[in-house]
Design a binder for this molecule. Structure first.
Ligand SMILES: Cc1cc2nc3c(=O)[nH]c(=O)nc-3n(C[C@H](O)[C@H](O)[C@H](O)COP(=O)(O)OP(=O)(O)OC[C@H]3O[C@@H](n4cnc5c(N)ncnc54)[C@H](O)[C@@H]3O)c2cc1C
Length: 405
């Protein structure tokens, strides 16, 4: 039997971007439908270290709920990253100032579920799980969506696409959808850690130049779990004669710090491989009756890997503009352009850095010094943020923006 749903706003995808959009729509008392094709808890391959914006957005969702998650240890934090250049290279210790937002660490399977559970507490959301939308038909007044079985049909005025970082689907759905970016490949493993390797350790980043530039990240996720991930530009991966898994194995064996960490630890599960598009210059994030949020807008930060924070922030901004479009009964592309502008304003610096980094890694000789420079810019930004002069200069803008949210 067919089921029909009609909602003013419909979000497809219940990752961090979709659930955050839902949470803020509920805050604005807007009834909406949230659709997810997976059954939660679902896993997502990720570095599982989330930067500044995550702790901010979590607190903006619900201060006491967020505090509880930090206090109870569900979310762990760190204020330090160690970056090492080359095989036995110089280590750069980046300590965040005490008042800077910490790096948040949590397994995605846990994090995404707790965001979803929080979103579903609201009476403004109806949730369809295990519903894979495969047909998106544009109508005059909105969209008609049909699931893979053809039995669930949804009509909506405003479609919010939060379907993750596979823009190929978006190209099929949206006319002229273009997103520049650099595709990276990643492989990662989990290890059963003991207390000594547990959450007390900072995240470590290793940048290697041979055989071609690649990076390795380690993330201690909890007292009993540590993750290691290798990332490389897809073009470089094609050129070198290694399987990524073998390259990671060799790197662990040959690097003094990594071998001390991992040689004694027991690997759990299988290694996972994935590709991702690091966005550098998104073209358009809104069409008639449509907003795109999350990593679908190319918001994965190429230096820090921060994608979850951007996904959540873009969801928050999209919810605001969705609310405005309903209030003014205007879902035209021209009206929704304001969402594009807000996003570009928010993420401008990240896109600039992304652009520089994406081009630099094509020229291995400048990749290392440049990534070092970008890390310094990052530290400078963090430090600069804590200076009183910055506060004095930017408070009025912050105030203005908060009011707009
Ligand atoms: C290898 C790798 C490492 C990363 N490391 C980090 C990191 O360390 N820190 C960080 O902050 N970010 C990291 N990221 C980026 C981060 O994973 C993404 O930015 C984040 O997942 C974006 O959230 P999202 O909600 O936009 O998309 P997703 O989390 O991908 O969620 C999209 C959801 O949409 C659902 N969906 C898709 N299509 C449909 C459909 N047709 N119908 C119904 N549902 C659908 C999917 O099932 C999924 O649940 C990494 C990414 C990769 C690939």
């Amino acid at each position: 039997m067919n089921t029909h749903h009609t909602f003013d706003v419909c979000i497809v995808g219940a990752g961090p971007a979709g659930t955050t959009t839902s949470l803020f729509l509920s805050k604005y008392n807007i009834d909406h439908l949230l659709i997810e094709r997976a059954i939660f808890p679902r896993n997502k391959v990720c570095g599982e270290s989330f930067y500044g914006r995550v702790s901010h957005v979590l607190r903006e969702i619900d201060e006491s709920w967020a505090e509880n998650l930090f206090q109870s240890g569900v979310l762990t934090t760190s204020r330090q990253i160690n970056v090492t250049y080359g095989k036995n290279g110089k280590a750069l210790k980046i300590r965040f100032p005490a008042d800077a937002p910490p790096i948040v660490k949590c397994k995605r399977v846990v994090f995404d579920k707790l965001l979803l559970d929080k979103a579903l507490e609201s009476e403004h959301v109806k949730y369809l799980e295990g519903c894979n939308i495969c047909k998106f038909e544009k109508e005059k007044q909105g969209w008609q969506l049909t699931d893979i079985s053809g039995t669930t049909i949804i009509k909506t005025q405003l479609l919010i696409l939060a379907i993750g970082d596979k823009p190929i689907h978006l190209r099929q759905i949206l006319p002229n959808y273009r997103m520049d970016g650099v595709e990276w490949l990643a492989t990662r493993r989990y290890y059963k850690a003991n207390d000594a390797h547990g959450i007390g350790l900072p995240g470590e980043t290793f940048i290697f130049s041979k055989p071609l530039p690649y990076t390795v990240y380690t993330t201690p996720l909890s007292r009993d779990c540590t993750m290691i991930e290798l990332m490389i530009d897809k073009k470089f991966a094609r050129k070198i004669n290694y399987k990524l898994e073998a390259l990671l194995e060799q790197t662990i064996r040959e690097n003094a710090v990594l071998s001390t960490y991992f040689n004694e630890l027991e690997m759990t599960g299988k290694a996972e491989g994935v590709s991702m598009l690091l966005g550098t210059n998104p073209r358009s994030l809104s069409w008639d009756n449509t907003l795109v949020v999350g990593s679908a807008i190319g918001s994965i930060h190429p230096v820090t890997g921060n994608g979850v924070g951007h996904a959540m922030r873009s969801g928050q901004i999209a919810a605001f503009w969705a609310g405005q479009s309903l209030r003014y009964k205007n879902q035209s592309a021209t009206f929704l352009q304001q969402y594009n502008k807000a996003i570009k304003q928010r993420f401008r610096m990240d896109y600039v850095k992304g652009f520089i980094y994406a081009y630099s890694i094509k020229v291995p000789r400048i990749a290392l010094p440049l990534s070092r420079l970008l890390v310094y810019i990052q530290i400078f930004e963090i430090k600069f943020r804590s200076l009183p002069i910055k506060k004095l200069m930017f408070r009025p803008f912050e105030y203005y923006f908060r009011r707009r949210l």
